[in-house]
Write a new protein. Structure first.
Length: 325
């Protein structure tokens, strides 16, 4: 049992001292030295360390006595110490990474092969994020079905911004909608798109991860893309997809379908007809057509006619190549 507190960075002597005080419930430094076989100086150091760690309390008696802190408070102290240690390690790791980046010249594109290695890369990248992560959540998935992104939840708690575009169909996979809801509650900005095929993760706008193939059922490898025109193109792609996607919290309230007039107006706009031709076809004035189009854009939450068409297709308001979807 001498290694009891080794996991939080305390020595065997500290563990032995803690067990001695725990057994006596209230004891002096001299008694601790006797019970543990430590020298008076070693006993004094261990008692001071345990008090500082929040595991023992020093009583104002003569001579000074020590007593264990209540279990729930002691456990909290252990957790706090571990968190401080972890924060220190992460800070040192980030400093080391920056130092390495300053001296290294990595390839613009790197292939990470294998399920385990790819998972480790993605986890490490998110744990190291400091500002923003851009995410297109879509098949293929590393674990065949979506799993909760625990690294994202940890990053959100640190104040990292997440913007995630979910493939709408994938939210019907088991538990995936619940995973999204938990991330949204933690602060994620979520939107949905039908379909979202450009799967990617971009961390702090300096590193991107994309699967080596989009047409497979399972991802086993990824491309790591660093600062380059290629990364700039991925960032542009994400922002374009983001502008087309619908807010996730608005999806359940989306109208079931367009009115007959909206459907006809969308069809004519999609055919490239100008306002004057649409007005003649509908038997109304151009001003009326402009008002109808404005109302349609407002209903779809779109800023342009092109975006309205994309959103309408995503809501299945428009027929596909072979008829209504």
């Amino acid at each position: 049992m001498s290694h009891l507190l080794a996991s939080i960075g305390l020595t065997d002597a500290d563990s032995t001292t803690y067990l001695a005080v725990l057994g006596a419930q209230k004891t002096t430094q001299a008694r601790v030295a006797t019970l543990t076989g430590l020298s008076p100086a070693a006993a004094r150091r261990s008692l001071a360390t345990l008090v500082e760690a929040g595991l023992l309390a020093r009583l104002r008696t003569r001579p000074t006595q020590f007593t264990p802190v209540p279990t729930d408070i002691a456990v909290g102290a252990i957790v706090n110490r571990r968190e401080r240690d972890l924060d220190r390690v992460l800070t040192e790791a980030h400093e080391l990474a920056r130092a390495l980046e300053a001296t290294a010249h990595p390839h613009i594109v790197e292939v990470v092969d294998g399920h385990e290695l790819t998972s480790r890369h993605l986890a490490r990248a998110q744990l190291g994020a400091t500002e923003e992560v851009l995410f297109v959540d879509a098949p293929p998935y590393l674990d065949r079905t979506p799993a909760q992104n625990v690294e994202e939840l940890a990053a959100l708690r640190r104040g990292v911004t997440y913007r995630t575009i979910y493939d709408k169909a994938s939210l019907d996979l088991p538990h995936h909608r619940d995973h999204m809801a938990e991330c949204v509650r933690a602060g994620e900005q979520a939107r949905t798109l039908t379909p979202a095929t450009m799967k990617m993760v971009v961390v702090d706008r300096h590193t991107a991860y994309v699967p080596t193939a989009f047409g497979t059922t399972q991802a086993r490898s990824a491309l790591v893309v660093r600062a380059s025109p290629l990364l700039d193109a991925l960032l542009e792609s994400f922002e374009w997809l983001w502008s087309l996607a619908l807010p996730a919290d608005a999806t359940p309230q989306a109208p079931a379908g367009p009115t007959a007039r909206q459907r006809r107006l969308l069809a004519m706009m999609g055919a490239g007809m100008k306002d004057r031709a649409i007005a003649r076809s509908l038997g109304v004035t151009e001003r009326t057509v402009s008002r109808h189009i404005h109302e349609l854009l407002t209903a779809l939450g779109a800023d342009s006619r092109f975006q309205a068409g994309a959103i309408a297709f995503g809501r299945e308001w428009l027929p596909g190549p072979t008829g209504p979807r």
